[in-house]
Design a protein around this ligand. Sequence first.
Ligand code: SF4
Ligand code: MSK
Length: 626
Amino acid sequence: MAKNWKPEDKSIDLATQEMIRKAENDGVETVWDRLEEQQPQCGYGQLGICCRNCLSGPCRIDPFGEGPQKGVCGATADTIVARNLARMIAAGAAAHSDHGRHVVIAMHEYLEGKANYPIKDEKKLIDVAKKLGIEVENRKIEDIAKDVVNVAFGDFSKQDESLIRFADSYASEKRKEVWKKAGVAPRNIDREIVEIMHRTHIGVDHEPLSLIAQGIRAALGDGWGGSLIATEFQDILFGTPRIGKSEANLGVLDEKKVNIVLHGHEPVLSEKIVDAAMDPELIEYAKSKGAEGINVVGMCCTGLEILMRRNVPIAGNWLQQELAIVTGAVEAMVVDVQCIMPSLVDVARCYHTKIIDTSPIATFPGAIHIKFYEDRADEIAKEIVKTAIDNFPNRVKEKVRIPKHKSVAIGGFSVEAILELLGGSLAPLEEAIKSGKIRGVAGIVGCNNPKIKHNYNHVTIVNELIKNDVLVIGTGCWATACAEYGIFLPEYAENAGEGLKSVCKSLNIPPALNMGSCVDCSRMLVLADMIARDLGVDISDLPLVGSATEPMTEKAVSIGTYFVASGIYTHLGAVPPILGSKEVVSILTEKAFDVVGGAFFVEPDPVKAAKVMIEYIEEKRKALGI
Ligand code: SF4
Ligand code: MSK
């Protein structure tokens, strides 16, 4: 395959570059090859001005004003762009929230005696129950848990107009007032998503502002509902993350062991596989097949879930999933939901790797299907580990090359872990912000995008921000990028400005903190909300910014939207498909400020983006008089 590009153009990561070269030598096609084949990508799609919402279409609007300016039904570019954007938000919110629902169901099944998911973190359960206004004194843990489950189920099903209970219980009065006034308070996590599908059906809502408002309502149902529920229930079931040490990058694969890569998003199965891989019988079985043991590693957000709670090493982020297989050393890649490339099956055909799909809602043609059900979780986890072990003798020695590169990374910065670190309250952090040692905080969310040099934006923006004494927190594939680059080491604070460096040194923490997977963006909301309450202001008053530096998924669109709707000025490192409507652009980048106190800005250059973020932080400091 003759390429018009070099691996160094595609990633700043040496392990990634090495495996792109190996893929080329092995004749394996990767995501970057396919992006090349797709060029030039459709201009109408990039601008968001094509519509196929009915069978009279597909329709498209001529961006130069010479051809059609309306679809067959009369929809304008403004309507089409707003509808398409709302549908992206709906899909993103649905993915996060359905994930949340699955975790609630796992806990419900346990409480019904049908599944083995004992509650690991009773303190977290009690904290969550108290926040929700559930009585906890002199009550059995199981009874409290049942009430918490019922509140969560209610947020997915209630039919009245009131705000969902999780958002109502977690968000400050000031923020809720903003949502109420703007008419964007989510009433039911599922309903807001369904309503987007209804409104965007042919002939329903054609007003960009009201379509975007509904998008915001669904996104808030994600951030302060579905994602928050996922995080809280996972913490209750599997333990709230605490600060711990792990490793990151493709070098975490082990040539001598059975390598199992856990990829996707939901920890309900991966937690069980981590346990199964420690089963002495299965370890012995692996040895009987010639391996020295079993090496479980993560990929993408499932990887971050088990890194945060169990310190399991992570092999890579989104753009590295194919390359893990290219090492030739992976016996099984076990996938659940979201961000899993269907191409993995094709890559695996060139090696001995088995792709095992596990979610009843995600089937991959050509994969082995071992579907996962909560009531047989332990048994299925063992079956999967055994399948991987049985595949070890099929490894082709000549095809194996594991890059040496890996980095030690500190993770586990849940809000609870941060509080513990600070001695029980956020006061030391707030003092550091007030004194100016820390100028502000930037919350960065994940993804990679093959249109952007892998990890470049993530690393560059962190370097720029910390140099200027901005503390960075974040999640998702951003976190893996930082982990791979050594940013999650306390020593990395040497690269920070004097103020931030002194804070990091006194606490022995890195200048950027790993808060978990993409659903854990909810942790950032909770943290921001706590700081705002302590300072007696709204989130929108804080010296706080958001960023999706290498955005790719519809989930990132939903996250960005709920950041904005939570009052956060939010950067996007890639242009979303909205430029076909000046009206939509103006709502998202300007008018949103007046309505929800936050807005988007798009800037592909991470150095320039950091500059804008720092200026905004300084403006907010001035307004607060600090
Ligand atoms: Fe065309 Fe309107 Fe149908 Fe969209 S909804 S495909 S613009 S006719
Ligand atoms: S995995 S959503 S590419 S962070 Fe959560 Fe990474 Fe983005 Fe998927």
